[in-house]
Write a protein that binds this ligand. Structure first.
Ligand code: PLP
Length: 409
């Protein structure tokens, strides 16, 4: 039997697995491997990591340890335990001053925000419908929209507009065909934050055009200096038009634990619950209970923010020193910088992929290239260091290695 004949068109049908195109992250992985092999004595400086460098706080681990063996936690968790919904509502009120949520009708858990973002298009998209998404950005909602026979309209995030999308530039015929607007602030990869004035415009836009807003708040709690955590749901009218997805992955160093929540419009949360109920059987109750422990201990996030903020101060100074045009971001753990033009020795970079490859091969510095809306490199402060002295040493080493490349900007 030729199984390929049975593969769905969304995966390429009979052409599935035959593409010779190498994707960006695979290219980086290969370049890293090659560079490490060629320079076994030079440690790789990995600025490309997209997840926390430390495990969850022992308070959270202890909760899992206690709950994991309890007989009453062994069952399918379906759409989640009510205590998690209550803790989530309390958390959103404490951290984001969102006080109008009913924990049982406006909130549900998810096995990470990635699956929540995959399931939401299933609630909204019919073949032919559009999702409006931002580029560069997290691809999952757009990918699922395509799987469902929908189309994707891409809004570029540009430095000139503080990496906020220009909603007024979307053509009318796209607006009439669109069901869902996906946004993410603080943003991966730009590190940009939104303000309430922008979110107010988003609510107006959604009402006017009948488009549901899905705000991905995966990094919302990771903010620095004077910027305060901001929820889309704190804006008047947001509950009528959308949902927000919060994750414990980054705010509590719980990436592998797979626990997140969706909060907002009752009908949308109910629709998500219906799809979810037919997709998974809920996260292990013990993990939900450990999640509750996290949500009730927000000082854990404060500590994480202090660390990232301190690392950003070092990183931004070093990058500026070398010639990069960079500011400390107000949120996330990413900083996004225009690529150098090339080197004094006459090398020219055509795009971010080339620049990133050069940094890996010549200096064993790994970053993530973005060429969707201009050419940028993403540096992350989640590199493994262990303590403050090592953080400083790594950044000093990064500065030195970059200097020896004689980059031209
Ligand atoms: C913008 C954004 N949204 C969602 C996710 C997924 O997070 P989770 O671990 O909650 O699935 C990520 C992970 O990197 C992300 O960068």
């Amino acid at each position: 039997m030729d199984i390929l004949k049975n593969i769905a068109e969304r995966l390429g049908g009979v052409l599935f697995g035959k593409s010779t195109e190498i994707y960006k992250f695979e290219k980086i992985k290969r370049a890293k491997k090659q560079a490490v092999f060629k320079n076994p004595r030079m440690p790789l400086i990995d600025m490309g990591v997209g997840e926390p460098d430390e495990p969850a706080d022992s308070l959270i681990v202890d909760a899992l340890y206690v709950e994991a063996g309890k007989a009453k936690n062994r069952f399918y968790a379906d759409n989640g335990i009510p205590e998690f919904q209550e803790a989530a509502a309390e958390y959103l009120e404490t951290v984001y001053k969102v006080s109008n949520l009913n924990p049982f009708t406006n909130i549900l858990h998810g096995i990470g925000s990635k699956p929540i973002l995959a399931l939401l298009p299933l609630c909204l998209i019919n073949p032919g419908d559009y999702i409006i998404t931002t580029i560069p950005g997290y691809p999952v909602p757009a990918t699922y929209t395509s799987y469902l026979g929908g189309s994707v309209y891409k809004l570029p995030l540009l430095k000139a507009y503080n990496y906020l999308p220009r909603l007024d530039e979307i053509p009318k015929d796209i607006l009439t065909k669109s069901k869902m607007l996906y946004l993410n602030y603080p943003n991966n990869p730009t590190g940009a934050v939104a303000d309430s004035a922008f979110f107010k415009k988003v609510v107006e836009f959604a009402h006017k055009n009948n488009i549901v807003v899905v705000h991905d708040a995966a990094y919302a709690a990771l903010v620095f200096d004077n910027y305060k955590p901001l929820s889309f749901l704190s804006v008047e009218g947001a509950l009528e038009v959308g949902v927000e997805v919060h994750s414990l992955s980054k705010a509590f160093n719980m990436t592998g634990w797979r626990i997140a929540l969706v909060a907002g419009n009752e009908t949308l949360v109910k629709a998500y619950g219906t799809i979810k109920d037919n997709t998974d059987s809920g996260q292990f109750r013990a993990i939900q209970k450990a999640g509750i422990r996290a949500l009730k201990n927000i000082s854990i996030t404060d500590k994480i923010c202090k660390k990232y903020s301190r690392r950003f101060d070092l990183l931004v100074e070093a990058l500026k020193d070398v010639g990069f045009n960079v500011q400390k971001p107000k949120g996330s753990f990413y900083c996004y910088v225009p690529i150098p033009k090339g080197t004094k020795q006459g090398i020219r970079f055509k795009n971010a992929e080339q620049a990133a490859e050069y940094l890996i091969k010549q200096a064993l510095i790994s970053t993530v290239p973005w060429d969707d809306a201009g050419s940028f490199l993403r540096f992350s402060v989640t590199f493994e260091a262990g303590n403050r002295d090592k953080e400083k040493k790594i950044i000093d080493e990064l500065r030195q290695r970059l200097k020896t490349l004689d980059l031209v900007f």
